[in-house]
Ligand binder design. Structure first.
Ligand code: DP6
Length: 320
């Protein structure tokens, strides 16, 4: 009746933006991501026949905000007639600030609740369930470089390369730790319905996925850097051209981008990516991590820096 799992967030290099089926939360496009090592979310689910309603504690304080989405995830995994549950969540990085906290939360939750309900699910089943809760969560089930593909009526995730087979580093520059104004779920729908660039975004995605997949197979950093930056800027162009426009960047985001450009000019193996928030994620070859971190740390407007390698996928944590 109890399960605990831990999962790390992932950062998409080829982005998921837009849904083909809102009801089932199926993405309009495939995506490729890297799972991080140092940031994590732990989810513990305890079913209790005595409880009248699910309860949620986040970082030791009662917090209902995410409860409806978490309860819906529990229903999908364990059935609507399940006992109510006590959910404990802890997270060592800012929540809802464009750092993919929903990815690690729902990956960990799906694995934890399946265990609490006594179910032994395959990766395919877990991916389908985690993906219904949050598209990016399915990717955090696996470690290293992960591809999420659309199948005829669902999604599937697969590993492209393990974390230690190409140990890139990620320097996350935080420019604003508060929650974002419009969550990605809502923002994606606004883009799909109103952005004149949405259809070309979807049309070009297969090609970007092919390029990134081949670059990862060949450990070709420059090609991966070029396609990841291009794909990220295309996604933000879709957002900017939506009505109302969605601009997640702030002045410090732009300055970080210039820092990355300057480093690239000096021959540093680094590229940027930006999600639905103002933080910059600088992905780099390990030998440049200290230099990238130092340069971003002194970039005006950066309030915090987190440097991490690539890590493993979601897993159960057995209590002693
Ligand atoms: C910009 O997975 O949070 O980070 O499926 O609606 O929960 P929902 O969306 P979510 O969106 C992630 C968007 C992104 C790009 C990405 O991670 O691929």
């Amino acid at each position: 009746m109890q399960g605990t799992a831990i999962a790390q967030p992932n950062i998409a290099l080829i982005k998921y933006w837009g849904k083909r089926d809102v009801e089932r939360n199926l993405p309009a496009v495939g995506s490729i991501s890297i799972t991080l090592r140092e940031l994590h979310t732990r989810m513990s689910v305890t079913f209790d026949e005595v409880l009248a309603a699910d309860t949620l504690t986040v970082n030791d304080a009662p917090d209902d905000r995410m409860l409806p989405r978490l309860s819906a995830c529990l229903d999908r995994v364990a059935g609507k007639d399940r006992p109510r549950a006590r959910i404990l969540s802890s997270c060592n990085f800012p929540i809802a600030a464009g750092l993919a906290s929903s990815a690690s939360s729902f990956a960990a939750l799906t694995v934890a609740v399946a265990d609490a309900a006594g179910q032994s699910l395959s990766t395919a089943e877990l991916a389908s369930l985690a993906g219904q809760a949050s598209g990016s969560a399915a990717r955090s089930l696996l470690g290293g470089f992960v591809e999420l593909r659309n199948t005829d009526d669902d999604i599937e995730v697969s590993s492209l390369c393990a974390a230690d087979e190409w140990p890139l580093m990620v320097v996350v520059a935080i420019t604003e730790a508060g929650p974002k104004p419009v969550g990605s779920t809502e923002a994606m729908e606004i883009s799909r319905k109103t952005s004149p660039f949405f259809s070309s975004w979807v049309e070009q995605q297969e090609q970007d996925l092919d390029t990134a997949r081949a670059a990862i197979a060949e450990r070709d950093f420059q090609t991966l850097a070029a396609i990841a930056e291009h794909n990220c800027l295309k996604m933000h162009s879709v957002m900017w051209a939506s009505r109302p426009p969605m601009v997640y960047w702030n002045a410090a985001t732009m300055r970080c981008l210039q820092t990355v450009r300057r480093l690239q000019g000096q021959g540093v193996g680094v590229f940027f990516t930006i999600d639905a928030g103002p933080q910059i994620k600088a992905v780099c070859l390990p030998e440049f991590a200290a230099q990238v971190e130092a340069a971003l740390r002194v970039t005006p407007g950066v309030t915090d820096i987190m440097t991490t390698g690539l890590g493993e996928g979601a897993r159960l944590e057995h209590m002693e």
